[in-house]
Design a protein. Sequence first.
Length: 274
Amino acid sequence: MSRPEPPLRPAVRITVGQVSVSDDRAANRQLVAEAFAVAAQRRSDLLVLPEYASAFDKHGVGKAYAEPLGGPFVSLLRERAAATGVAVIAGTVLPGAGDLAVNAVVAVDGSGELVGVYRKVHLYDAFGHRESDRLEAGPADAPPLVMDVAGVRFGVLTCYDLRFPESARRVVDAGADALVVPAAWADGELKAMHWRTLAIARAIENTSAVVAVGQAGDGVVGRSVVVGPDGVVGLELDEQPGLRTVDLDAEALAAVRDRNPSLANRRYRVVPKD
């Protein structure tokens, strides 16, 4: 089988990794390595994996699942990125203070360099869940995580952050053209509808593409979406695991912002709460 043609620049090619993650960390690393192989075969520039891609338990993720940035999961991301040239954004779990862990997203460029870490600011204390019992929140005033891939700047949020428009706006103010939202969006009444609606809203109000990648499996909705800056859904998955690939056109992103200069017209700025 021949390899797909590379993206026509200025497009950036993204593989959406809607994987089903278990509490078996070795098996999850194998799953990630396989996703990298698919992304490389498709000549992708960026692989996006969901929240908690290193390990997941639908009843709650805590310190038992944590490992440092130098541990096996992030080391695998860096090694596979360097070997394939595919950048990656993926959720993991880091050690926190005391008995707590940190819900984090790491960004690794195509050379294997760890560009940065986003520590989840908004903990999911809603709909009967209490992440704050197991996790510590990241600092609200930390610099936003933005990574340049093939001429497009990707800014990072995760999961529950999608419900807070100021989080997205702050990342856009840091230069993001596209918002990447790894998630393990909990299933439940209206939850899949909320997920899709919020992803579209964040795209429209920020004239930014949104790459929202959900975990598949028991207790989570899957349903990853890629939304254009005009709010048009260009890619949408169902509940099942899958790897899908899409091209984002940087010139088209810029054209939407030129026609709809709402970012330039706004009269308020986002200031982190103390």
